[in-house]
Design a protein around this ligand. Structure first.
Ligand code: ADP
Length: 525
């Protein structure tokens, strides 16, 4: 690898790839941490939702307690169990509240406030009163605590274990009578009714389509769900319902679990990072390729300048050497003089050929080369080149032949350009022939093309270079190429000419055996 290219590769690696790799490794390492953080956030969020449901139920029953407070005067008028006429409208304010009871102290008489519609028999009510009394005496410590709160000016509600006879949950609080007495008050609430009537609208509002919220009681196998049924096992997080200690409220995310979400995020992140790395690698590779190409072109251009200068120097020095000799009148015989003049004119021709080909090349590069297509006989074009080279090549010891296919019809070509292409190929055949000096031009028809092929028995072109020889400035780096002068533009000019004719160029060559270039021109163009 060229030193400049190597340096660029190192710089690119340090500047782009290394940070990207560090970033990727760091991201992958921190994914686990992120997972934990996200998991915690989700879990806090679920917790907050559960908390808000509990808070809501507390607010509702607090509100009820306040309303019951206001009902005081009426309560005062009751003896034992009294059926009040306005009692039903009073109870309507508290859906799911089955019975309110009051007692002056833990051991005093219990008063029950019963709905009119409930046809409770006296014996049943008596039983209920007994059980309430039991509950109160079992929870004396709680009542004491509530009284302490009340003295401090704070009305607190306390849920206690459900009553076995009614299946309801009991909420205790202390109310103050207008006379300044503290009275123990209890609300017996049906948990299922409360969940259904009071909590469910709130739960629906919170759950919407994102969460599944469920209120359940494992012992009773009771379950209320915010949406479709889902098993208690699917619940991701649960809490006891404050108002009904026997009941739980659970939540889970719709569709996916937190772990699923976190894993999905992690997977997306890794994929994105992977993609980013691939894009970076491709980017670096493209930049590297372009720079490498630029460096190669710069190298090729400088080779070209030195090759061309070398090619120009030889004929120029020959011309100046022979013309100086003639100028000094040192040559006596006319024959010798003629020979020298002919060398000078030959070298001048060579010079102009080189200059012409460079000019053509630069025109071609600028896209300014014009072609003049006229109806012509391809055989004639090839024959003309053959004639003008025959003597010269035979002088150099070549066997030079032409075999023409007389059936080739008239086709439209730029005669000058086509003969320039053939001349280039014959020139190369001469330059790259070794000991076996044989060159053959052949014309013919193949498919819908007329062709001219130039075959030599020279050094041949390695397979790996056969495509590249048509690239500008390319010269095969093996064989005798270093001894042979050339600029590496001849074959690219030939290809350009063939392309302009919408034709094709084909090459078959074996190293050490020779090469065959075939120029194919479409019959109808
Ligand atoms: P150059 O001025 O170097 O001859 P060309 O574009 O004409 O440039 O040819 C490109 C390269 O292809 C040559 O340098 C040579 O290595 C190889 N080449 C072309 N023609 C022949 C041939 N007939 N036999 C062997 N090698 C050839």
């Amino acid at each position: 690898m060229n030193r400049t290219v190597r340096r660029i590769v190192i710089i690119l690696t340090i500047l782009i790839l290394l940070p990207a790799v560090f970033f990727t490794v760091n991201e992958i390492l921190s994914l686990k941490q992120n997972e934990e953080v996200i998991s915690k956030i989700y879990s806090n969020q679920l917790d907050a939702i559960l908390y808000s449901v509990n808070q809501y139920s507390e607010d509702v029953v607090s509100d009820w307690a306040s309303k019951i407070d206001k009902f005081h005067d009426d309560l005062n008028n009751f003896d034992d169990v009294k059926i009040h006429l306005s009692i039903d409208s009073f109870y309507n304010q508290f859906p799911s509240l089955s019975i309110i009871f009051v007692a002056d102290s833990v051991n005093s008489e219990i008063k029950l406030i019963v709905k009119n519609e409930d046809n409770n028999s006296l014996s049943k009510l008596g039983e209920l009163k007994k059980s309430v009394k039991n509950i109160l005496s079992e929870n004396q410590h709680l009542v004491k605590r509530l009284l302490t709160y009340k003295k401090a000016g704070y009305r607190k509600l306390e849920p206690i274990k459900s009553d076995t006879t009614t299946d309801a949950s009991i909420l205790l609080f202390i109310e103050e009578t207008p006379e300044g007495l503290n009275r123990i008050t209890g609300m017996m609430i049906d948990p299922k009714e409360f969940t259904y009537r009071i909590l469910s609208p709130k739960i629906q509002e919170i759950a919407q389509k994102e969460f599944l919220i469920s209120v359940f009681n494992r012992e009773e196998n009771y379950q209320y769900n915010s949406s479709r049924d889902f098993k208690v096992g699917e619940v991701q997080q649960s809490k006891s319902l404050w108002i009904f200690p026997d009941y739980q409220i659970g939540i889970s995310l719709v569709g996916q679990t937190i772990e699923d979400l976190v894993q999905q995020r992690a997977l997306t992140n890794i994929l994105l990072i992977g993609l980013l790395t691939v894009v970076l690698i491709i980017g670096v590779w493209i930049v590297y390729r372009n720079i490498k190409k630029e460096v190669e072109i710069a190298q090729i251009k400088s080779d070209f300048v030195s090759n061309v200068s070398h090619e120009l120097r030889t004929p120029l020095s020959l011309i100046s050497m022979f013309s100086e000799t003639l100028e000094m009148d040192r040559i006596k015989t006319e024959e010798k003089k003629k020979e020298y003049y002919s060398i000078i004119s030959q070298e001048a021709n060579r010079l102009s050929k080189i200059v012409n080909s460079i000019l053509n090349f630069s025109k071609m590069e600028a896209g300014k080369r014009q072609f003049n297509f006229v109806e012509s006989y391809l055989n004639d074009v090839a024959e003309n080149v053959y004639r003008s080279y025959k003597f010269h090549l035979e002088q150099k010891g070549f066997i030079f032949n032409i075999i023409k296919d007389e059936s080739i019809p008239i086709i439209k070509v730029d005669e000058e350009a086509v003969s320039e292409a053939i001349v280039n190929l014959v020139d190369n055949a001469v330059k790259y022939s070794d000991s076996k000096k044989e060159i053959q031009i052949r014309t013919g028809i193949y498919d819908s093309f007329a062709y001219v092929e130039i075959e030599d028995k020279g050094i041949g072109i390695p397979l790996k270079d056969q495509k590249k020889v048509f690239e500008k400035f390319f010269r095969v780096s093996s064989g005798n190429v270093h001894n042979v002068k050339g600029s590496g533009i001849g074959l690219s000019i030939v290809k350009h000419i063939v392309d302009a004719h919408k034709g094709k160029i084909e090459l078959s060559s074996v190293v050490g055996k020779g090469s065959k270039f075939i120029l194919l021109f479409p019959l109808s163009h």
